[in-house]
Design a protein around this ligand. Structure first.
Ligand SMILES: [Zn+2]
Ligand SMILES: [Zn+2]
Length: 381
């Protein structure tokens, strides 16, 4: 009897993904420096490279992630079309596959067997390793993304994802370069360099944002808040907040936190391109932070020797925590009572309002008119 070979149970190599990452990385490490050393790249190619980096990056964070994976707001079809085009250029599969896989990540975060990019399988695996092997359930079962299956724009991108991605990564920089008189420079900077940076910036969210940083809102999972990562990832580095309040269109919830994705979504709402922006009420955010601080104090007290003074402090702390919870609950109850009272008042005002009376009169008149018209109608028929 031979022992089972663990390697045989591993999923097969995902050849297209393997080829894409290998070729793009190899070209960036060899041809790109050789080209920079021997030729000049025009300034406009660098500008286009940065502009496209942001267009693609924001299409992933604002579109793939916050719009489609989390439904944190609604968007006009023109913005959706932009996201779909430049999201394809970021070469991270279709919205359908991306969002479905991401929803599995949120539902099973840190689970070694069910989180598709669980950090508990190591940094390399969470960053890129998970894509190098086939992950069948995430690519064929879209039962957690039925809303996306019904979206015609999303399904168009899914069905034509590869040609769209190839055109946007090769054809588009080529056309831009041809128009600006620097074809190879555009292919090198706006095509190749931009693509590899786009990839690793997004992958940092799955790896480092679950590994390095602070946890001000929850320790239920490994997600972290990290200002440097937020700067690199268009605001997605506030991942601890995001994992607790995933349907909020903001990740950097404070006004001073660097979250250009949030700024984009909010500013587009002023001109009606985005709407129904979802926010977590401030008191729930504060409650989560306070609860976390109480938990930290409790941990520290538990770590001390259980001498008389520590025991007294611990008792006092538990009392304060209970008082705090009771106050928050009473406040929440009061808020809901206020909302109910306001609703009742509105209903009452409506019952006795002039407009309602006028509507009732109009309704009566209309009924009378109809009754008068009926015989006339019968005679002419
Ligand atoms: Zn995560
Ligand atoms: Zn998410």
């Amino acid at each position: 009897m031979t022992a089972a070979n663990p390697a045989s149970s591993r999923p097969a190599i995902n050849k297209p993904a393997y080829a894409m990452f290998t070729i793009s990385t190899a070209l960036l490490l060899t041809v790109f420096p050789w080209y920079l050393f021997n030729y000049d790249v025009s300034a406009s190619a660098w500008v286009a490279g940065v502009a496209l980096l942001y267009a693609c990056g924001l299409s992933i964070t604002g579109g793939y992630h916050r719009l489609w994976a989390h439904r944190a707001y609604q968007a006009h079809w023109s913005l959706k079309a932009f996201y779909l085009l430049f999201g394809a250029m970021a070469f991270q599969n279709s919205v359908l596959v991306w969002a479905s896989t991401h929803r599995i990540h949120h539902a099973n975060v840190d689970d070694v067997d069910h989180d598709p990019y669980s950090i508990n399988r190591g940094l390399w695996y969470a960053h890129i390793g998970w894509m190098l092997r086939d992950y069948p359930s995430a690519r064929t079962d879209y039962s957690n993304a039925r809303d996306l299956l019904d979206d015609r724009l999303v399904m168009f991108q899914h069905n034509y994802c590869l040609p769209l991605a190839l055109f946007m990564n090769i054809g588009f920089p080529l056309l831009l370069g041809w128009a600006m008189g620097d074809v190879t420079g555009y292919l090198m900077v706006a095509g190749l360099l931009r693509l590899v940076v786009n990839h690793h910036v997004t992958f940092l969210i799955n790896s480092l944002a679950h590994y390095w940083g602070r946890r001000p809102y929850t320790i239920e999972n490994t997600a972290r808040d990290n200002d440097l990562l937020a700067f690199l990832t268009y605001g997605e580095g506030y991942h601890n907040y995001h994992h607790l309040f995933q349907w909020d269109y903001r990740n950097g919830v404070r006004w001073w936190q660097y979250d250009p994705t949030k700024w984009l979504i909010a500013s587009l709402s002023w001109v009606g391109i985005t709407r129904e922006l979802r926010r977590v009420p401030e008191f729930r955010i504060q409650r989560a932070m306070l609860q976390r601080q109480f938990d930290q104090v409790r941990e520290r007290l538990t770590g001390c020797n259980n001498e008389g003074r520590v025991a007294v402090l611990q008792q006092r702390f538990e009392h304060e925590l209970e008082t705090f919870k009771a106050t928050v609950n009473a406040w929440s109850h009061l808020q809901s009572q206020r909302i109910e009272a306001a609703r009742d008042k509105l209903a009452d005002q409506w019952q006795h309002s002039d407009m309602r009376q006028q509507l009732l009169v109009l309704e009566d008149r209309l009924r009378e008119q109809r009754q008068r018209m009926q015989p006339l109608h019968w005679q002419t028929a």
